[in-house]
Design a protein around this ligand. Structure first.
Ligand code: AQP
Length: 321
């Protein structure tokens, strides 16, 4: 299975992005990209997008992704090129049914057309590299199903070109919740000063303070219970993800919230501080970052070119004799 995964540069990366994505980008044959094209489906500020793209790419490299696996999506034109071909095979009806479009854009006059066609670009991300199994969380499975439908349709109408990906449930990844609103996911596009978000590049004392201020409840009983105790459960999940323990068992080691929060802060920092050190080394050496990203770009261009060419030719593009 070829691993393909992207992160949108829509905000400064969070602990959730690291535990759920970055630290899993370990496959030597993988393709891990900063999804800058996807980040333009909503209103964006060019200078901020460029800065976040650089920061995100550097963090992906700092997290230890293997050499040649990290690149920036717009550096590999095949993504946009195949995305357009797939737009030409998809129907307005099926794109209108995508939940994300319905929630974020439908019936709003300033919705960008790219938000509507986003699933075609995502299908291109997947199909370009011939990946046969795509692990997905609940929020993306409709888009991956569409990628599968588009591959089947393309093969039927234009000839066998794409590997049809299987959609597989992602191995249980930690879902880090917001520390101030533990019923919601921690998201990088939350306001920069949101108190419930742990940013990977925030100073350690700020991160510790955020954890110590995490919302819990008025009892003082440490128990893993997602519906009755979302705040405490989130802290236990974070502790487990950072230390490798089991969140339910970890609960029995605590009799109060203070000690739990203090251990969570230590555990989070034991994961984030080495990452920050690696990041600092890379960020102080921009030429090396450029070189590593060029390596990733070249490998992705080489890997994706044959499938793009096959799709173009199958659809009748180019001048033939
Ligand atoms: N809270 C989270 N817990 C665990 N994993 C998370 N991921 C995101 N948030 C958490 C994982 O990080 C990757 C980022 O994917 P994305 O950039 O496509 O956007 P997303 O999934 O929508 O993540 P965000 O941080 O919430 O971004 P915004 O605010 O832009 O929507 C994915 O692998 C995701 O599972």
């Amino acid at each position: 299975m070829t691993a393909v995964s992207g992160i949108m540069p829509t905000g400064r990366l969070t602990l959730g992005n690291h535990l759920g994505a970055l630290r899993r980008f370990t496959d030597r044959g993988g393709f891990y990209f900063v999804a800058d094209l996807h980040a333009m489906t909503m209103r964006h500020v060019p200078r901020r997008l460029a800065a976040l793209t650089r920061e995100t790419a550097t963090l992906m490299l700092a997290a230890g992704s293997p050499p040649g696996t990290v690149f920036v999506q717009s550096d590999v034109p095949a993504h946009a090129q195949l995305g357009y071909l797939l737009e030409c095979t998809s129907y307005v009806g099926e794109l209108s049914r995508m939940i994300q479009y319905k929630e974020k854009g439908r019936d709003r006059p300033m919705t960008r057309a790219s938000l509507f066609t986003y699933p075609c670009l995502m299908a291109a991300d997947i199909l370009l590299y011939g990946t046969d199994r795509v692990p997905v969380g609940d929020d993306q499975d409709q888009h991956v199903e569409l990628a599968r439908d588009l591959a089947i349709r393309f093969n039927r109408e234009y000839g066998e070109t794409f590997v049809v990906p299987q959609v597989v449930k992602a191995a249980l990844a930690t879902r880090v919740r917001d520390l101030a609103t533990p019923t919601a996911k921690m998201s990088k596009s939350d306001a920069d000063d949101a108190v419930g978000t742990i940013r990977l590049l925030d100073p350690p004392d700020v991160i510790r303070r955020q954890v110590m201020r995490a919302v819990t409840d008025s009892e003082n009983e440490v128990r893993h219970d997602e519906s009755a105790k979302p705040g405490v459960t989130n802290l236990l999940e974070i502790l487990a993800a950072c230390t490798g323990g089991d969140p339910v068992q970890l609960a029995s080691g605590y009799s109060g919230y203070g000690a739990l929060k203090s251990d969570v802060a230590d555990a989070v920092l034991s994961v984030i501080e080495p990452l920050q050190r690696e990041y600092a080394v890379l960020a102080s050496d921009p030429a090396t970052v450029d070189e590593l990203l060029a390596h990733g770009r070249d490998r992705a261009i080489e890997a994706s070119a044959p499938r793009l060419r096959a799709a173009q030719s199958a659809m009748g593009l180019g001048v033939s004799r």
